[in-house]
Design a protein around this ligand. Sequence first.
Ligand SMILES: Cc1cc2nc3c(=O)[nH]c(=O)nc-3n(C[C@H](O)[C@H](O)[C@H](O)COP(=O)(O)OP(=O)(O)OC[C@H]3O[C@@H](n4cnc5c(N)ncnc54)[C@H](O)[C@@H]3O)c2cc1C
Length: 440
Amino acid sequence: MNRSLWRNQGSITARDCVKAANSFDVAIIGGGFSGLWSAYHLKQLQPSLKIAIFEQKYVGYGASGRNGGWASAEYPTSNSRLIKEHGVQTYNNLRKSLIESIDEIGQIAKSNAWQIEYAKGGALVFATNKAQLTRISSEIDDEHKFLTKDQASELLNVANIKGGIYTPHCAALNPFNLTQSLAKYLESIGVKIFEESKVEEISDKALLVNGHRIGCQISIRATEAFTARKWIANQQIPIYSLMIATERLPSEILTQIRNSQRATFQEACNLITYAQITGDNRLAIGGRGSRYKLFSHLSERSETDVRMHSALEKRAVKWFPQLQSVNFEYRWGGPIALTRRWQSYLNYNPITGQAAIGGYVGDGVTLSYLVAKTLAQIIDGQKTPDLPFVNQRIGRWEPEPIRYLAVNAGFKATVVADFEERITGRPSLIAAVVDPLINR
Ligand SMILES: Cc1cc2nc3c(=O)[nH]c(=O)nc-3n(C[C@H](O)[C@H](O)[C@H](O)COP(=O)(O)OP(=O)(O)OC[C@H]3O[C@@H](n4cnc5c(N)ncnc54)[C@H](O)[C@@H]3O)c2cc1C
C-alpha cells in the first residue's frame, strides 16, 4: 500500500553510517532539501569548509523525497498578514526572492544535467463551483491573472471547470531525483553524507551521532516534521499530506487533458489539493485532511490512510472522468511541519553556532532553497535582504488534548466548508470563521 512514485523510480546510493568520532566545520542534521541546500550554498560561498550531513535513514527519506513536486512561489502565511506584521518592503523582498529561487533551482539542475523533470509551466487554481470562483477572483494580483472558463479549460480540460487563476511562477519537478542529484553533486565537491546516522543530541559545538561525538563549529538542524520533540517543545506539529499517482497515461487521455506545458494545478477547495502531470506522463495528485495524531505522534499508518487515498482517487476521476479506467499504481504520504502561526523560521545563534530552519507547512520545495541560501549568507557574514522567516520567535501549540481536538476540528470544518460552498454557491462562512483561528 505504501508505495511512492518518486522513490520507486529513482535509483538510490547507499552511504556509510557514522562509526567513529569525527569533527567538521559544519554539521547538518537532516538529508532533505533544507540540509542539502544548506551544504550547497555554504560550499558556494566558502569552498574550503569541511561539511557533513547526518541523515537518520537515507537522503530524500523525508518530505523532500515524497512531495507533490510543486516548486512554487507560495508562502504559508497570507499576503495581508505578512504585510501587516513585516511591512511592504519585507513582503516585496520575499516575493522577489521566491520567484527567483524557482528559476535558480531550474538553472542549477540544467547546468549540472540533473534529471529532475523540471518544467516551468506555471500553476493553475481552478474553480468547479460559483463559490470557488468568487473566492479566487479576489486573489488576482500582479502575479495571478484571471482565466475565463474557456481560457482555463484550454489550459486544463477539467470537468465542470468554471474559470481559474494562473501564475507563471511555478515549476513541476521530480523531488526524489532532486534530492539524489543534489546529494551526489555535494559529494563530488567534498561534502560528506552519512546515512543511517541518527543525531541523538545537539549541544554547543558538538553532536552525538550513533553514540559518537562529532565536533563542529556550526550545527544546522534541518529535520522539519521529523524533529525530535525534545528539540522543539510544542513549537510545531506534524500534519500528513497524502498522494496517489496513476499508471503512465495513454496519449489519447493526455491529449484530452491538455496541459502540454505541465502547469501544476489544484482545485480552489478549502481543503488543500495539488496535482501535476509528471515527466513520465502520470497524474500525481495529493491532498491534506488525514487525522492529526494525539501528542504529535509520527505514524507510518498515517501515510496509508485508505479513506484519504480513495478520496483522492475519486477527486481525480471527478476532474478527469476519462481516468475511470486507469490504474492508480502508487499511494503514499508524509508529514509536513505546522508551526502555531504557520510561520517558517531560520534561527541562528552565532555564539553557540546552532542554527535551525524549517516550518514550511506544505510549501518547502522552493522555500527550503531560499531559507538555506539565506542561512548560508548569514553564516558567511553577508547582509541579506529583510525576509520574514529570519530570527522569528515561534509560538507554542496548545497542550494536548486541546491541540488534538482543535486541529482535527479544523480539518472537519474545512471539509464542511467545501460542502457548504457546493450547496450555497457562496464563499463559506465556516471557512471565514476558521481561517483567523488557525492564524493563516
Ligand atoms: C506528501 C507531501 C506533498 C508535498 N507537496 C509539496 C509541494 O508540492 N510543494 C512544496 O513546496 N512542498 C510540498 N511539501 C512540503 C515539502 O516537501 C517540505 O516542506 C520540504 O521537503 C521540507 O524539506 P526539509 O529538508 O526541511 O525536510 P525533510 O525532507 O522532511 O527532511 C528532514 C530529514 O531529517 C531527517 N532527520 C530527522 N531527525 C533526524 C535526526 N535526529 N538525525 C538525523 N536525521 C534526522 C529525516 O529523516 C528527514 O530525512 C509536501 C510534503 C508532503 C509530505
